[in-house]
Design a protein around this ligand. Structure first.
Ligand SMILES: Cc1cc2nc3c(=O)[nH]c(=O)nc-3n(C[C@H](O)[C@H](O)[C@H](O)COP(=O)(O)O)c2cc1C
Length: 333
């Protein structure tokens, strides 16, 4: 997508329209607790991605690690949309000339051939969602896992598939992380804000996407502090595969890249019929983040754990989670 494709001048209005479409497609991106911590600023042929401080989880994400990662997903969605429409863009991550909230700058250089994998991804963007129900007993197709791994690794982020003994370690880490978080009244209040009835319109996790009862699982899923309305089967997700995304550094650029990798991997997974559920609690707590790091022999810095599993193709899926209206996420200068 960031190729050196030949370019030529084009109608400025078309360019601005293409960037507006890219920002709009990025609105579908998944984010921690559906906080959507991004704001786009569109100026003629440039689209700037800003982190929104008021939508950072101050208690569970004080370094904005998961908020930056979420913005990375939105960035990749925007890149996909531009490439799918036949635009050659350059991406500048962490531009130094602006404030700390400016995470990236997309600039349209001109026309390029439509990128077919991006065209497929663009159709997948509105179909992708988080399905917290148990996965079926069908194992994840090794070809699908290889494609997901390749998609992640193409975004300068590594992926480690956990061995069965490491899945048990992950289960212990996830349990420990959630217990220590749940013991903090500030954390409880933050979670209740984003997952309760008073969450800001168009954001947060609705009860329709939260399991109606505890699911049978080796690795505990996110404890939302209450049961929701999502009907779940009594199946045990024994066939799930757990993978860890990790970066070469523990800093905002690596988190942004991990978000781009999450987008690439999740869109690819969806195209293979593989369901993805992020597990971020063990990343949020320093002690468990370090335990995850030991699993990769300190080869990098853990960014996110994902549960992968097969979903029943006949299943129409869980209800979709709402988003902020486009005028609340895009400023047109
Ligand atoms: C960085 C990140 C961390 C997340 N962590 C969790 C998690 O720990 N547990 C969970 O159930 N969902 C998690 N999610 C999924 C979000 O809650 C979900 O993307 C959001 O509510 C929007 O819903 P959608 O993915 O169905 O569009 C995470 C998503 C992202 C991008």
């Amino acid at each position: 997508m960031d190729s050196d494709a030949p370019t030529h001048p084009t109608d400025p209005q078309l360019v601005t329209h293409a960037l507006a479409e890219a920002a709009s497609a990025a609105g579908y991106a998944p984010s921690i607790h559906n906080t959507q911590p991004w704001r786009w600023r569109l100026t003629a042929d440039t689209l700037d991605l800003h982190l929104v401080p008021s939508r950072i989880l101050q208690v569970s994400d004080p370094d904005a690690r998961l908020a930056t990662l979420s913005c990375g997903v939105a960035l990749h969605h925007a890149r996909v949309a531009a490439a799918a429409q036949g635009w050659h863009v350059t991406v500048t991550r962490m531009p130094r000339d602006a404030g700390p909230d400016l995470l990236s700058r997309l600039h349209i250089e001109g026309r390029a051939p439509v990128d077919p994998p991006s065209a497929l991804h663009l159709r997948t963007i509105p179909l992708r969602y988080t399905d917290r129900r148990p996965v079926t007993g069908t194992p994840v197709d090794p070809d699908a896992l290889a494609a997901i791994t390749a998609a992640v690794e193409a975004q300068e982020t590594a992926l480690h598939t956990l061995r069965p003994d490491q899945v048990l370690e992950l289960a212990a880490a996830a349990d420990h992380a959630q217990r220590s978080e749940a013991a903090d009244p500030g954390w409880q209040a933050e979670l209740a804000y984003w997952t309760g009835a008073a969450r800001p319109a168009g954001t947060g996790v609705p009860d329709a996407a939260i399991p109606a009862r505890a699911t049978q699982t080796t690795v505990p899923g996110r404890d939302f502090g209450h049961h929701g309305e999502l009907p779940v089967s009594a199946e045990h997700d024994k066939a799930a595969v757990f993978v860890m995304l990790y970066g070469s550094a523990d800093e905002p650029l690596a988190w942004l890249r991990a978000g781009e990798a999450l987008s690439a991997g999740w869109l690819t997974a969806t195209e293979y019929g593989v369901s993805v559920v992020p597990h971020s609690a063990p990343i949020e707590v320093i002690a468990t983040r370090q335990a995850l790091r030991a699993m990769i022999a300190s080869a990098g810095y853990p960014c996110l754990v994902l549960r992968l599993g097969m979903i029943d193709p006949a299943d129409t899926g869980a209800p979709r989670t709402s988003r902020l209206p486009v005028e609340q996420i895009v400023d047109i200068a």
